[in-house]
Design a protein around this ligand. Structure first.
Ligand code: F6P
Length: 387
């Protein structure tokens, strides 16, 4: 006869643990599924107590706490967003009275006040950094990787990505027929922050003719010539899928040089001037999609239109894959708490999971490697990547 779960060797340690949970950063499909998975496993299997904090680290600072249980998290699997709410506040910089203040100690106090054994933080890169900061103050912390950008290192994937990928792909599918009917260039901007996973994935899956990602600075003349080539071949429309962080080779070079100058200079005045220069380039990049569409129109003689997918990509019900992943990581998190494996991110690894020390997650961004198979496939099917 198999032993009950949890094994008796764990039982004394796991009963009555108090688990805090918060969601931080941009919301992402799958967050509710993860909260449900964590709560159901932690309470149902391990008899732990769960306390949710509202609106990310701000809620921890303001002690906006509410108990969670199996009943409260029932029916959440398919629901988008996060029932806990979220914010982009960091422990070291919370906006209070118009000023960004370090509120770490208030958060530590509330952690102690609730007698938490561990705080679970679900979020992207910024949240991983904040969690590590709290771990360094002596708190037990575990994180889950959540972001549609898929830029968290040391996890195969983050939940939210698959849903956003499907939404962006469907949008490209739909844009095809209208671009075709009007003989237009449609430039569709996809989220992804500073990486190109979403744009590349959706671009390949949706059959975009041009895909522009931050990892490959683009040359506008090469993009125009790929579109002109299609026209000569009798295809009088083109879909250009551009990542929000994509930048032209000129902007890319200027940005790199400016960042290098900022790093090298010891002079505060020069640092300030270079920072202004950097933010001007960034603003140019943010408005880049409209500029790009206009330039392509001038250079090809085809009319152009812009579609910014924006927050549509983060809204609504999670895909089956994201529900599965979020449930798996949420329940795995409860198992790790039972084993007192703290200071880790619950990473997706193959069909399972792996606890990764937070120090190995923070400080890096997972960009698309230039030799990634999706890039190779895109090139093989004749997609222009702007280089
Ligand atoms: O990190 C997720 C993300 O959706 C990015 O792709 C995007 O750059 C950013 O958040 C948008 O942030 P906000 O929701 O604050 O507008």
């Amino acid at each position: 006869m198999g032993e009950h779960f949890p094994p008796s060797a764990w039982r004394d340690r796991v009963m009555n643990k108090v688990v805090g949970v918060l969601t931080a950063g941009g919301d992402s499909p799958g967050l509710n599924a993860a909260i449900r998975g964590l709560t159901k496993a932690a309470q149902g299997v391990f008899n732990m107590h769960i306390i949710g904090f509202r609106d990310g680290f701000r809620g921890l600072m303001e002690n906006r706490a509410e108990p969670l249980d199996r009943g409260k998290t029932s029916g959440l699997l398919t629901v988008g967003g996060t029932i806990l709410g979220t914010s982009r506040e960091k422990p070291q910089a919370v906006t209070v009275g118009g000023k960004a203040l370090d509120m770490t100690s208030a958060m530590v106090d509330n952690y102690r006040k609730h007698n938490l054994d561990v705080l679970v933080c679900m979020g992207g890169g910024g949240t991983q950094r904040s969690a590590l900061h709290l771990a360094k103050q002596g708190l037990n912390v575990i994180t889950l990787p959540k972001t549609i950008d898929n830029d968290i290192p040391n996890t195969d994937v983050s939940f939210g990505f698959d849903t956003a990928l499907s939404i962006a792909t469907e949008a490209i599918d739909r844009l095809h027929s209208t671009a075709h009917s009007h003989h237009r260039i449609v430039v569709v901007e996809v989220m992804g922050h500073r990486v190109g996973w979403l744009a590349l994935g959706a671009g390949v899956a949706g059959g975009a003719d041009v895909i522009l990602i931050p990892e490959i600075p683009y040359n506008v003349e090469r993009v125009a010539s790929a579109i002109r080539f299609r026209s000569r071949e009798g295809k009088s429309f083109s879909i250009v899928c551009v990542a929000e962080g994509a930048l032209s080779d000129d902007d890319g070079q200027q940005l790199e040089e400016a960042r290098l100058r900022k790093k090298k200079t010891a002079c505060e005045i020069e640092k300030k001037l270079v920072s202004e220069e950097i933010s001007q380039i960034k603003t140019r990049v943010e408005q880049g999609t409209y500029t790009l569409a206009k330039r392509l129109e001038e250079m090809t003689g085809l009319e152009s239109r812009v579609t910014i997918l924006g927050h549509l990509q983060r809204g609504g019900t999670p895909s089956a894959r994201d529900r599965l992943l979020a449930t798996q990581l949420g329940t795995a998190c409860a198992e790790l708490i039972a084993q007192e494996r703290y200071g880790v991110m619950v990473a997706a690894r193959g069909a399972g999971y792996e606890p990764i020390p937070l120090g190995e997650v923070v400080g890096e961004r997972k960009s698309v490697p230039l030799e990634h198979p999706w890039i190779r496939s895109a090139r093989h099917v004749g997609t222009c990547l702007g280089d």
